[in-house]
Design a protein around this ligand. Sequence first.
Ligand SMILES: [Zn+2]
Length: 67
Amino acid sequence: MTGLCMLYCRRDHTRVLWLGPIHAPDSIGNLYGCGQCIAELHHMVHEQLRRKDLGSLPDRGSRPHLF
Ligand SMILES: [Zn+2]
């Protein structure tokens, strides 16, 4: 679909993919991102897992808190 990238580039009218529900403090919405930003997000997740494997980050549990 075409819409607003809600990740890093914030471009509108671009091809985006639904990434899942997002839990804001007072509501639940839907998160969309473009291919370029999703690739960057994947890179950061892999980097986080790599660092976690090295024991440099505390385990904050499995529930994501984006805001
Ligand atoms: Zn983007």
